[in-house]
Ligand binder design. Sequence first.
Ligand code: IMP
Ligand code: MG
Length: 204
Amino acid sequence: MEGRVALSDPEDAVAASSLARGDERDKDIERVLISEREIQDKLRELGEQITRDYAGRELLLIGVLKGAFVLMADLSRHIRLPVEVDFMAVASYGAATKTSGVVRILKDLDHDLEGRDVLLVEDIIDSGLTLNYLLKNLRGRRPASLEVCALLKKTGIQRVHLDVKYVGFEIPPDFVVGYGLDFAENFRNLPYVGLLRPEAYREA
Ligand code: IMP
Ligand code: MG
Protein backbone atom coordinates (compact mmCIF):
# COMPACT_ATOMS: atom_id res chain seq x y z
CA MET A 1 0.00 0.00 0.00
CA GLU A 2 2.71 2.50 0.93
CA GLY A 3 4.72 3.44 -2.14
CA ARG A 4 8.33 4.47 -2.04
CA VAL A 5 9.24 7.24 -4.42
CA ALA A 6 10.82 5.80 -7.54
CA LEU A 7 13.28 8.52 -8.48
CA SER A 8 14.31 6.68 -11.60
CA ASP A 9 10.77 6.59 -13.00
CA PRO A 10 10.94 7.71 -16.65
CA GLU A 11 7.87 9.87 -16.05
CA ASP A 12 10.10 12.06 -13.85
CA ALA A 13 12.16 12.83 -16.89
CA VAL A 14 9.01 13.90 -18.73
CA ALA A 15 7.91 16.07 -15.84
CA ALA A 16 11.43 17.44 -15.43
CA SER A 17 11.58 18.33 -19.11
CA SER A 18 8.52 20.52 -18.60
CA LEU A 19 10.70 22.47 -16.15
CA ALA A 20 13.13 23.13 -18.96
CA ARG A 21 10.35 24.46 -21.19
CA GLY A 22 10.00 27.43 -18.86
CA ASP A 23 6.54 27.10 -17.32
CA GLU A 24 6.43 30.25 -15.17
CA ARG A 25 5.37 28.14 -12.17
CA ASP A 26 8.47 25.96 -12.35
CA LYS A 27 11.20 28.56 -12.07
CA ASP A 28 11.86 28.04 -8.34
CA ILE A 29 11.70 24.24 -8.52
CA GLU A 30 14.97 22.38 -8.29
CA ARG A 31 13.66 18.88 -8.91
CA VAL A 32 10.42 16.94 -9.40
CA LEU A 33 10.12 14.42 -6.58
CA ILE A 34 6.79 12.83 -7.55
CA SER A 35 5.41 13.42 -11.03
CA GLU A 36 1.82 14.22 -11.94
CA ARG A 37 1.44 10.77 -13.47
CA GLU A 38 2.77 8.97 -10.39
CA ILE A 39 0.37 10.92 -8.18
CA GLN A 40 -2.64 10.16 -10.38
CA ASP A 41 -1.75 6.44 -10.60
CA LYS A 42 -1.47 6.27 -6.82
CA LEU A 43 -4.78 8.06 -6.29
CA ARG A 44 -6.52 5.60 -8.58
CA GLU A 45 -5.11 2.76 -6.43
CA LEU A 46 -6.10 4.44 -3.15
CA GLY A 47 -9.54 5.23 -4.57
CA GLU A 48 -10.11 1.59 -5.44
CA GLN A 49 -9.00 0.47 -2.00
CA ILE A 50 -11.26 2.99 -0.27
CA THR A 51 -14.16 1.99 -2.54
CA ARG A 52 -13.73 -1.65 -1.44
CA ASP A 53 -13.23 -0.83 2.24
CA TYR A 54 -16.31 1.39 2.52
CA ALA A 55 -18.68 -0.53 0.23
CA GLY A 56 -22.26 -0.19 1.45
CA ARG A 57 -21.42 2.64 3.88
CA GLU A 58 -21.91 6.39 3.65
CA LEU A 59 -18.52 7.99 3.72
CA LEU A 60 -17.78 11.53 4.86
CA LEU A 61 -14.51 12.94 3.56
CA ILE A 62 -12.95 15.73 5.61
CA GLY A 63 -10.25 17.76 3.93
CA VAL A 64 -7.75 19.77 5.90
CA LEU A 65 -7.34 23.17 4.27
CA LYS A 66 -5.63 24.57 2.56
CA GLY A 67 -3.13 21.88 1.63
CA ALA A 68 -5.63 19.07 0.96
CA PHE A 69 -7.85 20.91 -1.53
CA VAL A 70 -6.17 19.41 -4.60
CA LEU A 71 -5.96 15.91 -3.15
CA MET A 72 -9.61 16.05 -2.06
CA ALA A 73 -10.74 16.99 -5.58
CA ASP A 74 -8.77 14.21 -7.27
CA LEU A 75 -9.11 11.45 -4.68
CA SER A 76 -12.86 11.90 -4.22
CA ARG A 77 -13.38 11.32 -7.94
CA HIS A 78 -11.62 7.96 -7.69
CA ILE A 79 -13.98 6.77 -4.94
CA ARG A 80 -16.88 5.02 -6.62
CA LEU A 81 -19.34 5.42 -3.75
CA PRO A 82 -21.70 8.21 -2.72
CA VAL A 83 -19.62 10.52 -0.50
CA GLU A 84 -20.15 13.80 1.29
CA VAL A 85 -17.30 16.25 1.70
CA ASP A 86 -16.50 18.81 4.35
CA PHE A 87 -13.49 20.96 5.12
CA MET A 88 -11.66 22.21 8.14
CA ALA A 89 -9.02 24.89 8.15
CA VAL A 90 -6.18 24.74 10.62
CA ALA A 91 -2.98 26.68 10.98
CA SER A 92 0.18 24.96 12.12
CA TYR A 93 2.76 26.82 10.10
CA GLY A 94 3.26 30.47 9.29
CA ALA A 95 5.43 31.33 6.33
CA ALA A 96 8.26 29.37 7.94
CA THR A 97 9.19 25.76 7.22
CA LYS A 98 9.38 24.54 10.85
CA THR A 99 6.41 23.14 12.75
CA SER A 100 5.19 25.18 15.71
CA GLY A 101 3.31 22.33 17.37
CA VAL A 102 0.47 24.76 17.91
CA VAL A 103 -2.71 24.03 15.96
CA ARG A 104 -5.49 26.56 15.66
CA ILE A 105 -8.89 25.75 14.12
CA LEU A 106 -9.60 28.57 11.68
CA LYS A 107 -12.70 27.01 10.12
CA ASP A 108 -14.69 24.20 11.69
CA LEU A 109 -16.87 21.54 10.00
CA ASP A 110 -20.43 22.02 8.80
CA HIS A 111 -21.27 18.35 9.46
CA ASP A 112 -22.12 16.61 12.71
CA LEU A 113 -19.80 13.58 12.96
CA GLU A 114 -21.78 11.45 15.38
CA GLY A 115 -22.26 7.96 13.95
CA ARG A 116 -20.57 8.83 10.64
CA ASP A 117 -17.83 6.94 8.80
CA VAL A 118 -15.18 9.63 8.50
CA LEU A 119 -12.04 9.69 6.38
CA LEU A 120 -9.69 12.59 7.08
CA VAL A 121 -7.82 13.70 3.96
CA GLU A 122 -4.41 15.28 4.62
CA ASP A 123 -1.74 16.54 2.27
CA ILE A 124 1.34 15.59 4.29
CA ILE A 125 2.37 14.18 7.64
CA ASP A 126 5.53 15.83 8.86
CA SER A 127 5.93 15.94 12.66
CA GLY A 128 2.42 14.48 12.91
CA LEU A 129 1.44 17.06 15.52
CA THR A 130 -1.32 18.58 13.40
CA LEU A 131 -2.88 15.23 12.66
CA ASN A 132 -2.54 14.07 16.24
CA TYR A 133 -4.40 17.13 17.43
CA LEU A 134 -7.09 16.79 14.77
CA LEU A 135 -7.71 13.10 15.44
CA LYS A 136 -8.18 13.74 19.15
CA ASN A 137 -10.53 16.59 18.39
CA LEU A 138 -12.58 14.61 15.85
CA ARG A 139 -12.74 11.46 18.00
CA GLY A 140 -14.41 13.56 20.67
CA ARG A 141 -17.30 14.10 18.24
CA ARG A 142 -18.04 10.35 18.31
CA PRO A 143 -17.88 9.24 14.67
CA ALA A 144 -18.66 5.55 13.94
CA SER A 145 -15.18 5.26 12.42
CA LEU A 146 -12.26 7.59 11.77
CA GLU A 147 -9.39 6.86 9.38
CA VAL A 148 -6.76 8.96 7.63
CA CYS A 149 -5.63 9.23 4.03
CA ALA A 150 -2.44 11.24 3.49
CA LEU A 151 -0.76 11.76 0.14
CA LEU A 152 2.70 12.10 1.67
CA LYS A 153 4.40 10.93 4.82
CA LYS A 154 7.91 12.01 5.70
CA THR A 155 9.92 9.00 6.79
CA GLY A 156 10.92 8.57 10.40
CA ILE A 157 10.39 12.05 11.84
CA GLN A 158 6.96 11.82 13.44
CA ARG A 159 7.01 12.99 17.04
CA VAL A 160 3.86 11.05 17.93
CA HIS A 161 2.60 7.60 16.99
CA LEU A 162 -0.14 7.74 14.36
CA ASP A 163 -2.17 5.07 12.61
CA VAL A 164 -2.56 6.23 9.04
CA LYS A 165 -4.52 3.70 7.02
CA TYR A 166 -3.94 5.12 3.53
CA VAL A 167 -0.58 6.64 2.57
CA GLY A 168 0.35 7.64 -0.97
CA PHE A 169 4.11 8.05 -0.76
CA GLU A 170 6.79 7.94 1.91
CA ILE A 171 9.29 10.70 1.19
CA PRO A 172 12.57 11.88 2.74
CA PRO A 173 12.20 14.56 5.44
CA ASP A 174 12.81 17.51 3.10
CA PHE A 175 10.51 20.47 2.57
CA VAL A 176 8.37 19.94 -0.54
CA VAL A 177 5.88 22.04 -2.49
CA GLY A 178 3.16 21.48 -5.08
CA TYR A 179 -0.06 19.53 -5.35
CA GLY A 180 -1.65 21.67 -2.63
CA LEU A 181 1.50 22.19 -0.56
CA ASP A 182 2.83 25.72 -0.27
CA PHE A 183 5.85 27.72 0.64
CA ALA A 184 4.69 31.17 1.80
CA GLU A 185 1.33 30.45 0.07
CA ASN A 186 2.91 29.81 -3.32
CA PHE A 187 3.25 26.66 -5.46
CA ARG A 188 -0.05 25.02 -4.42
CA ASN A 189 -1.12 24.74 -8.07
CA LEU A 190 1.82 22.68 -9.28
CA PRO A 191 0.48 19.32 -10.55
CA TYR A 192 3.53 17.50 -9.14
CA VAL A 193 5.46 17.47 -5.84
CA GLY A 194 8.86 19.10 -6.04
CA LEU A 195 11.83 20.43 -4.13
CA LEU A 196 12.50 24.16 -4.03
CA ARG A 197 15.75 25.73 -5.14
CA PRO A 198 17.64 26.86 -1.99
CA GLU A 199 17.59 30.43 -3.35
CA ALA A 200 13.78 30.41 -3.20
CA TYR A 201 13.91 30.21 0.61
CA ARG A 202 16.44 33.00 0.87
CA GLU A 203 14.44 35.29 -1.41
CA ALA A 204 11.22 34.80 0.59
P1 IMP B 1 2.96 18.52 10.97
O1 IMP B 1 2.06 18.99 12.07
O2 IMP B 1 4.41 18.79 11.29
O3 IMP B 1 2.75 17.06 10.61
O4 IMP B 1 2.68 19.42 9.72
C1 IMP B 1 1.51 19.36 9.04
C2 IMP B 1 1.26 20.52 8.13
O5 IMP B 1 2.43 21.32 7.88
C3 IMP B 1 0.86 19.99 6.77
O6 IMP B 1 -0.53 19.76 6.71
C4 IMP B 1 1.35 21.07 5.84
O7 IMP B 1 0.39 22.07 5.70
C5 IMP B 1 2.58 21.63 6.53
N1 IMP B 1 3.81 20.99 6.00
C6 IMP B 1 4.54 20.03 6.58
N2 IMP B 1 5.59 19.66 5.82
C7 IMP B 1 5.50 20.42 4.70
C8 IMP B 1 6.29 20.50 3.48
O8 IMP B 1 7.28 19.78 3.25
N3 IMP B 1 5.85 21.41 2.57
C9 IMP B 1 4.76 22.20 2.74
N4 IMP B 1 4.00 22.15 3.84
C10 IMP B 1 4.36 21.27 4.81
MG1 MG C 1 1.60 25.53 4.62
